[in-house]
Design a protein around this ligand. Sequence first.
Ligand code: ADP
Ligand code: MG
Length: 249
Amino acid sequence: MSEPIIHFDHVSRIYTMGHMEVPALLDVSLDVHEGEFVAIVGPSGSGKSTMMNILGCLDRPTDGTYRLAGTAVETLDDDGLAKLRSRTIGFVFQSYNLLPRTSALDNVATPLLYQGVKRSDRIRRSQAALERLGLGDRIFHEPTELSGGQQQRVAIARSLAMNPGVMLFDEVTAALDPETVKEVLVTIKDLAAEGMTCILVTHEMGFAREIADCIYFTDNGVIVEHGPPATFFDQATDCRTRQFLSQIL
Ligand code: ADP
Ligand code: MG
C-alpha cells in the first residue's frame, strides 16, 4: 500500500496552563490513506478538536510525529507549516467565518488571491466550486442573504477551491437546524463518493455509520476504540464506547 497521506505516530498534545498540565491528546496513532473517510466521535472535551487542529496544522504535537503528505511537520518552521497547510488541508468548522457584506463568489475567491492565483482563474475556480456544491444560483448572494446550510456550503466551497488533498470537518452541522443538517451531510457524502479524503468529527452517528471507512472513539484524549462501522457499532469492546453508544443510539 502507498504511504498514507496522514500518519500520526504516538502523538500527544499537552497544554500548559501556569503550573498545570492539561493532557488533551495522549499517544494517538492513526493512518489515513488517500480516498479514505474517517469519522471521529466521542464526548465533549475528549480531545477531538485538539486532534483536528493538529491534523490541520493549526497546532503542533508536543510529543510524537506527524507526517502529512510525506512531510514531517516537526521539520518545518511556522512559515513552512502554513504553506503545507494551504497546499494540503481544507478545514471547515462549526462557524462558517464568512466575510460579511461580501458575495459568496468573493468569499470563495479571496483565499486564492493570497495564494497568488490570477483573477480570471480565481473567478473560474470559485464559480466551479460553488456550482459543485449546488450554489450556482447563489454566487452573488452575501452571507445574510443565505440560509445557515447555504453559508456552510459556501465555507466548504471556499476550502475545495484550494484543491486540498484532505478535507477536515469539525462538527460542521452542530450549529444548523435539523432540516438543514441533511443538506450539508449530503454535500459531504458527495465529496466522499468522488474520492475526497475526509476526516469528520460528528455527533451524527447514523451518518458516520453509513459513510465512514473507519470510526475512532476518543475519551479523555485517548483513542479507546476504532474500527469499521459494523464492528464499531455492534461489537465495541471498550466500556466507555458502549456506554456512549447506548446513550445516543
Ligand atoms: P472536544 O473537541 O472533543 O470537545 P477539545 O479538543 O476541544 O475537545 O478539548 C480537549 C481538552 O483540552 C479539554 O479538556 C479542554 O478543556 C482542553 N483544552 C482545549 N484547548 C485548550 C487550550 N487552548 N488550553 C488549555 N486546555 C485546552
Ligand atoms: Mg470540539
